[in-house]
Design a protein around this ligand. Structure first.
Ligand code: ADP
Length: 622
């Protein structure tokens, strides 16, 4: 028969395949095995729908034979086979798949790695083979045909002989070069490893010949062995899988010595059908909070691995989830892939996200200790999810958050806080600082505790930013205890204070002059023993100022600082006296008091020399 030429686009793809520098050449086996499995599916389906066809599922198999002498790999199946026309049509042109891949690559200027991501079917075999023979006998036909090609000069289809229905594909491996050795694919262990990696859950047995050593006779014989495990754990019924099986699957697959905090196994049928098996680890991997960490779930198409880490399946704030998704609606083939994949994947991702969310909520409800351990490991990521989306993810995440509380210094949810609010309380109070103990000692916190208000203690650097992105919870605004608008005083107290402040207005003006960074000075009635404290007006708290200014972006933000003086403290009277008698000394006192307040808040002193001199001057006075 006359040699036929490949179509132009096909030639270009073949060219790429043949000269592929792609490192995952091993995917060719995945492609050929998938084709074999599809061919068996087709014949098996016939046997189900056509009563004349008598076939037993157990008779179906895929065989892989390695021949070191001839340097060939043969993949055979007893599936539906191909007629002469089908060989010509299916293998002669690179199906739509190939040409649209090519377009895609041209458009996006993607590199050749895309081949490994999705696979381009039969032609990937030219990455490792210099010649390919496909011997096939179609179901219902008496004749067999052979398709032969070296990839470059077209192909031939000739009449041949084959006893049984099915297809036998023989790859003549390329010669080894200085850079590439193809001999590795002739090694039993290597090939077996590739099958295990990509095709472990193909539903028909993949059989290889294996040498088995006989212990007694010290002889070895060759036996057939099924390489793949066929039924994946996620295809089994949840009620039939033990916790132990889930856990050992998890630790084998994701290399974690500790059992997961939670396992999520779900099968969904509908718009898009899929099985998902996901795990919430009970601790953060060592690289979790580094940029080396890669999120993603394994993506299978009907038991065949397409992608090891499909990032699009997980939102960033759930990036800690490990696991896999298997869907027959996601095609192994790139062409249909590229058209549909986005939409299908999005639907799956959305539904997985909901599933993860409810699972975490259940864990929180049912096993508080386990949830707190989880939160210890991944809470930062959830908070970051709120902060980094400017509140877009609030609905999803707000009920998964925990914050320390002034009550027992235990972690509470926002719901628990709100349920526990005092009568008439309509705000959520928080204080921030370096550590729980330090926050607990802040002057501003003291009066809230005295009045029996619960205060959230924010000691993660991200906490206050998260709170600001949340803005409110169930209609209750978040208010920093150190801000102006706390509003927990009795009306009479408030009135008295206002009056006092008005009277001392001129004095405060004088004091403010000596404190360039300070927006306001005033009396307060909220302090018990402390003489002074700092508060802020506006959105930026002192803690946030500290964090923002320590960031490498070189930001320089300023909180609007208010120096508050305890009106019941003897120092208040003393200041008023000085205002009348000695304005210089008033200035000295003001500077010292302001710096004291900064020390209490854990803030740096702008000019320590000036401060110590001032104190010494006062100390040396007679
Ligand atoms: P795809 O499988 O994505 O369609 P391929 O290039 O891998 O693309 O295969 C092209 C076509 O050749 C298949 O759709 C199928 O019809 C046919 N084919 C390939 N391998 C076999 C096989 N082992 N048995 C029967 N048909 C096959």
């Amino acid at each position: 028969m006359k040699k036929k030429q490949f179509k132009t686009e096909s030639k270009k793809i073949l060219d790429m395949m043949i000269n592929s520098v792609y490192t995952n050449k091993d995917i060719f086996l995945r492609e050929l095995v998938s084709n074999a499995s599809d061919a068996i599916d087709k014949l098996y389906y016939k046997s189900l729908t056509d009563r004349k066809v008598k076939l037993d599922k157990d008779d179906f198999a895929i065989r892989i034979d390695l021949n070191k002498e001839d340097r060939t790999i043969t993949i055979s199946d007893n599936g539906i086979g191909m007629t002469e026309e089908e060989l010509d049509e299916n293998l002669g042109i690179i199906a739509k798949s190939g040409s649209s891949l090519f377009k895609e690559m041209n458009e996006k200027n993607k590199d050749i790695n895309i081949i490994g991501q999705f696979g381009v079917g039969f032609y990937s075999a030219f990455m490792v083979a210099k010649e390919i023979k496909v011997l096939s006998k179609a179901y219902g036909s008496d004749d067999a045909y052979e398709w032969i090609s070296n990839g470059t000069d077209g192909y031939e289809v000739n009449k041949a002989t084959k006893k049984d229905v099915g297809t036998e594909i023989t790859l003549y491996l390329k010669d080894n070069t200085d850079n590439d050795s193809y001999d590795e694919f002739l090694e039993q262990r290597r090939t077996e490893g590739i099958i295990k990696k990509y095709s472990d859950y193909v539903k028909y047995p993949i059989i290889m010949k294996k040498e088995v050593k006989d212990d007694d006779k010290k002889e070895s014989k060759v036996e057939d062995e099924t390489i793949n495990s066929m039924i994946p754990i996620w295809k089994r019924n949840e009620s039939e899988v033990t916790e132990e099986e889930y856990n050992s699957f998890y630790s084998d697959k994701f290399y974690d010595f500790e059992a997961p905090a939670k396992t999520i196994h779900s099968s969904v049928e509908g718009q898009v059908s899929y099985d998902a098996l996901m795990f919430i680890p009970s601790h953060a991997p060592y690289d979790y909070y580094t940029k080396e960490y890669e999120k993603g779930l394994q993506l299978y198409s009907n038991g065949v691995l397409i992608m090891d880490k499909c990032a699009d399946l997980l939102p960033d704030y759930f990036s800690f989830v490990k696991g896999l998704v298997d869907s027959e609606d996601i095609s192994l083939n790139i062409s249909r892939e590229m058209l549909q994949q986005d939409r299908q994947l999005k639907i799956i991702a959305k539904s997985l996200e909901k599933k993860i969310k409810t699972t975490l909520e259940d864990l929180l409800k049912e096993d508080r200790e386990a949830y707190e351990k989880f939160f210890e490991a991944f809470g930062m990521q959830l908070k970051y999810g709120i902060y980094s989306s400017y509140g877009m993810n609030n609905e999803t995440l707000k009920d998964l958050l925990l914050f320390y509380s002034s009550k027992d210094k235990k972690r509470v949810t926002l719901k628990e806080y709100v349920d526990n609010m005092k009568e008439g309380q309509d705000k959520i109070y928080y204080a921030s600082g370096d550590s729980l103990d330090k926050i607990d000692l802040l002057p501003n916190v003291e009066r809230f505790k005295d009045k029996d208000y619960e205060v959230l203690y924010l000691c993660d650097y991200i906490d206050e930013f998260t709170i600001q992105a949340l803005m409110e919870y169930e209609g209750k605004k978040f208010v920093n205890v150190a801000s102006e608008t706390t509003d927990i005083e009795e009306p009479e107290e408030k009135e008295m204070l206002e009056k006092h402040n008005k009277e001392a207005k001129d004095m405060f003006e004088v004091m403010k002059e000596s404190l360039p960074g300070v927006k306001n000075v005033k009396f307060t009635n909220k302090l018990k023993n402390h003489p002074v404290c700092l508060s802020t007006e506006g959105n930026i708290s002192l803690e946030m100022e500290k964090i923002l200014n320590s960031m490498p972006t070189g930001e320089n933000v300023k909180a609007e600082i208010v120096l508050e003086i305890n009106e019941k403290h003897p120092i208040a009277k003393k200041l008023e006296e000085l205002y009348k008698e000695d304005k210089d000394k008033l200035t000295q006192y003001t500077k010292i008091l302001y710096n004291q307040a900064r020390l209490i808040e854990g803030l740096p002193i702008d000019n320590p020399t000036e401060l110590t001199n001032l104190i010494c001057d006062l100390m040396s006075e007679r």
